[in-house]
Design a protein around this ligand. Structure first.
Ligand code: ADP
Length: 332
């Protein structure tokens, strides 16, 4: 099953890498490469490793032994990857990589990400185009599935690789559903978001910057209505922020420019160093300006004053500055 972002405008522009999730057995995949969640001995084990050697036959183990006798006398270090034949498997090569054992005391996510990046690098060297991965470290090495999915999908999507077809082979329904949820939550990639922004007409961008330049301090003032006191009809209204017409105009042009991205903005909001003040946005991809704008604009539907926070923290200005820089210097 191919997972696409839900928003049709974004779904139309796929990045160069296709990511597919399947429920199944990695040994049955007819991709150029299947990745083995090996252990550092390279001499076989349980789980994915056991299945690959069982179905692939003795040729794979013979090559692994040669690797131990030559390059990897002490075993394959965690986070690295090496290729062998795929023996009798439908794939052409097996790339063996050693995942980290999960630890609560130490952050080993860099090593887990490295398994995927290194496997893709080795696959590139082989000239492969398609790679199937298992959920490395989530079995005997106990990495929580959701956390693994987030690390792994983020890493693979942003990897610098010529591989254009990546399949994640998830062994059980729960793993499959977790990967699906996380992939949807990540929303469109940087490239997909940028392509949507680049497709918007120049007049709209010019209008945004003209309106933004014309904003006065008074336009940026926010008033609040409602509160605990009941009004004339005996009904109390929830407090809600009222923005000036000039600011509303800027926000609607932003929405019209499709900076609103379909993704799990609350999760991103919690995790990003760009929150809350947009500091660092100047160096980040323009897609992050769209994501940050989404978190403020979407959250404002509860009228809780998140746009006011964005004004006061400087995030709104950082977003507009980043968009303007992209428009003037980077837009293709
Ligand atoms: P690790 O030691 O890196 O944790 P495991 O092989 O124990 O590796 O498990 C990794 C993940 O692969 C687990 O989620 C497990 O359920 C899954 N798995 C086990 N066998 C297969 C298989 N044949 N194909 C795909 N995934 C598998």
């Amino acid at each position: 099953m191919l997972i696409l972002p839900e928003n049709a405008d974004h779904a139309g522009i796929l990045g160069r890498m296709k990511i597919t999730l399947v429920r199944g057995d990695i040994t049955q995949q007819a991709t150029d490469v299947v990745v083995n969640a090996a252990n550092s001995s390279l001499l076989g084990g349980g789980g994915v490793d056991g299945a690959i050697h069982r179905h692939g036959g003795p040729e794979i183990l013979a090559e692994c032994r040669q690797l131990r006798a030559s390059r990897y006398g002490k075993g394959l270090p965690t986070g690295q990857a090496v290729a062998t034949t795929a023996g009798k498997l439908p794939a052409r090569w097996v790339i063996h990589t050693v995942g980290p054992v999960h630890s609560v005391k130490e952050d080993r996510s860099g090593l887990l990400a490295s398994c995927y990046r290194e496997s893709l690098r080795v696959a590139d060297e082989l000239g492969a185009r398609s790679v199937a991965f298992p959920a490395i470290s989530t079995g005997v090495y106990r990495w929580p599935m959701e956390d693994a999915a987030r690390i792994v999908l983020g890493t693979v999507r942003s990897a610098d690789t010529r591989i254009d077809d990546v399949t994640f082979v998830l062994f059980d329904v729960e793993a499959y559903q977790t990967f699906e949820r996380v992939l949807r939550g990540l929303g469109p990639t940087d490239e997909e978001i940028e392509a949507v922004l680049a497709a918007r007409p120049s007049e709209h961008w010019e209008k945004l910057f003209a309106l933004a330049d014309a904003l006065t301090d008074a336009d940026l003032e926010v008033t609040w209505e409602g509160g605990p006191e009941p009004g004339e009809e005996g009904v109390s209204e929830m407090p809600h922020a009222i923005y000036s017409d000039a600011l509303d105009a800027v926000l609607s042009v932003l929405v019209g420019l499709q900076v609103i991205v379909p993704f799990d903005w609350s999760a991103w909001h919690r995790a990003t160093p760009l929150f809350p003040d947009g500091n660092g946005l100047d160096q980040a991809p323009v897609a992050d300006a769209a994501r940050l704008a989404t978190t403020f604009i979407r959250a404002e539907r509860f009228s809780e004053g998140t746009i006011q926070e964005a004004i006061q923290s400087g995030a709104l200005h950082a977003i507009l500055r980043r968009l303007r820089h992209w428009y003037q210097n980077e837009r293709q």
